[in-house]
Structure formats: structure tokens, C-alpha cells
Design a protein around this ligand. Structure first.
Ligand code: CDP
Length: 221
């Protein structure tokens, strides 16, 4: 089989990126974290000091190179994997990713990267817009408190001290913005399989997805 597409969507903190990376590693697929791409655009826009609300100011994307390779994100050839996780990027990314022009640019890059490849792609609109014909579509959910706890733990591991209430608020605000925007909002595709990860470990979710791929599609059997 030359091309096989697995789309994994879900809200902030549902574990998408970690789980997608592990599923890809297990199946020896490419992994593309589309959230990292929107974060890279946000970082570039902040560095260029443009008005983030002005869609026409994003024309700089015509001459900007954004690539996701081997679980690292590159902006014009520079690895910005750490810089894209800053507070400033996190609090502005939903505004940036709501611009249709920005989305069209990123969706083009994402579709080209997936063409002819075995790919696990994670994001908000992969099963609905980017890869509507994906072979397997998964929608990950988890209770908002559990998602906030996970994010809080990630911050702690990186030495960042945050108030739990602020983390819950950050997740709620981003969920709201991402699911109410006009252009391709966060939405479960009609044919996606929902996995509630609230009471599951990362490994349990990874195994469930691999089971779905193998049982329903015989991949690698
Ligand atoms: O923080 P988390 O890992 O949950 O989010 P992310 O996957 O890094 O995505 C960051 C932001 O990018 C989201 O909050 C969305 O605003 C935007 N995004 C999007 O609009 N469409 C995608 N396919 C992926 C991310």
C-alpha cells in the first residue's frame, strides 16, 4: 500500500500530538502536527510585528517556508520547535488560524505533504477539510478538567509555574474560539470514530487506534 491517511482531530490537551507521534512511530508512518504549523505562522507574525487582526498582512507567507519534518517544525530553515510553545504564541494562535488566507496556505502545504504518503496528521480540521477521504478518522475528546491537568503537568515538567485556574481558562477560551470560528471550525467528521481519553493512558489510546487501523483496514496484516 503506498498511500494511507490517518486523520486525528480534537480539542486542546486531548493528547493529539503525543498520540499521533506514537501511532506514526509504531506503524512507521510520517507524522504531521498541523497545530505546530499554525503556531509557526503565529511566531513569524509576532516577530514581523504585523497587525495580527489584518488578514492582508499575512502575505509574507508567500515567501516563507514552513515545514514539519521528523517531529520538528522549521520556519525558513530554522528549527522553532521550542519557540512555538511560548505563552505569547499560545494566546494568539487561535486568532491567527481563524484567517481564511492563512488556513488555505497551510492546507495546501498539508495536502502536498500527505500526497502519496503514509501519514498520521493531527489537528482540528483534518478529517473534515484537509483529508476528507482519509482511510481512518479519529476524534479524540477528554473532559476539560482532565485536559487542563495534562497541560498543567506539561508546563510543570518544563519548569513553568502556572495557576491551574489560568490553565483551565486558557483551554476553555481556545476551545471556544476554535469551535466557533467561521472557517473550518473544530468539528468531528461524520465518519470519525470518537475516543474519549479522559480515563485512558497514552499507551491505551495508541493501542486502540492501531487496533482500529489493523482490524478495519487490515493494514500491515
Ligand atoms: O495546544 P495544542 O497542542 O492542543 O494545540 P495545537 O494542536 O498546537 O494547535 C494550536 C492552535 O492551532 C489551535 O488552538 C488552533 O487554533 C490552531 N489549529 C487549527 O486551527 N487547525 C489545525 N488543523 C490545527 C491547529
Amino acid at each position: 500500500m503506498s498511500q494511507f491517511h490517518i486523520a486525528i482531530d480534537g480539542p486542546a490537551g486531548s493528547g493529539k500530538s503525543t498520540i499521533s507521534a506514537l501511532v506514526a512511530e509504531n506503524l512507521q508512518f510520517i507524522h504531521i502536527d498541523t497545530g505546530a504549523m499554525y503556531r509557526a505562522v503565529t511566531l513569524a507574525a509576532i516577530e514581523k510585528n504585523i497587525d495580527l487582526a489584518d488578514e492582508s498582512a499575512y502575505v509574507f507567507l508567500e515567501t516563507t517556508d514552513i515545514k514539519y519534518v521528523n517531529d520538528a517544525i522549521y520556519l525558513d530553515g530554522n528549527d522553532v520547535s521550542n519557540l512555538i510553545r511560548s505563552d505569547q504564541v499560545t494566546s494568539n494562535v487561535s486568532q491567527v488560524s481563524a484567517h481564511p488566507y492563512v488556513r488555505h496556505k497551510m492546507v495546501d502545504i498539508q495536502r502536498n505533504a500527505a500526497k502519496g504518503e503514509k501519514v498520521v496528521m493531527d489537528g482540528r480540521d483534518i478529517g473534515t477539510v484537509v483529508l476528507p477521504n482519509a482511510d481512518v478518522k479519529i476524534f479524540l475528546t477528554a473532559d476539560v478538567l482532565e485536559r487542563a491537568k495534562r497541560r498543567y503537568g506539561e508546563y510543570l515538567r518544563k519548569g513553568r509555574i502556572e495557576r491551574m485556574d489560568d490553565v483551565i481558562e486558557e483551554i476553555r477560551v481556545r476551545d471556544h474560539k476554535d469551535s466557533t470560528r467561521k472557517e473550518s471550525p473544530l468539528r468531528k467528521a461524520d465518519d470519525a470514530i470518537v475516543l474519549d481519553t479522559t480515563y485512558l493512558t497514552i499507551d491505551e489510546v495508541v493501542m486502540k487506534i492501531i487496533d482500529i487501523v489493523k482490524k478495519e483496514h487490515g493494514y500491515g496484516l
